[in-house]
Design a protein around this ligand. Structure first.
Ligand SMILES: [Zn+2]
Length: 131
């Protein structure tokens, strides 16, 4: 992994915690977690590697553009959402992240991280189609 890829998350010491993830998300950085042993990555903080169980994990900056891996529309919305909306699993160079979609997408569409929503006070990423 290159130093350039690490730079946005260089001040995250040890395995990323939720607060690290939240703070960087609010700054426009998608903080992922990478296993130092096998290279497994995930888009949210974890205590252990999901592949090999290793606890030596480090923060990485995920790409902010990716491809729609899967999508669905939420018609029965939770509190804080007025209208139905689309969510997608976005493939960020092999790391999957679930995000709300601003606009409309289909599987395979290119999308980019554009905003966050905080319906319950906790931020979540919003992606938008790349024109
Ligand atoms: Zn691992």
């Amino acid at each position: 992994m290159s130093e350039e890829r690490l730079s946005p998350v260089a001040d995250v010491q040890g395995p990323p915690e939720y607060d690290d993830w939240r703070e960087l998300l609010e700054e426009g950085v998608l903080l992922g977690t990478e296993c130092e042993s096998c290279g497994w990555t995930t888009a949210t903080p974890k205590r252990r590697c999901g592949e090999c169980g290793n606890e030596q994990l480090e923060g990485i900056a995920l790409p902010t553009t990716g491809d729609v891996y899967s999508e669905t529309t939420i018609n029965v919305t939770p509190a804080g959402f007025d209208d139905s909306y689309q969510i997608a699993i976005v493939d960020l160079d092999g790391t999957l992240l679930t995000a709300q979609i601003d606009g409309s997408v289909e599987i395979g569409d290119r999308v980019r991280f554009g905003d966050i929503v905080t319906p319950d006070g906790r931020p979540a990423p919003v992606f938008e189609p790349v024109e």
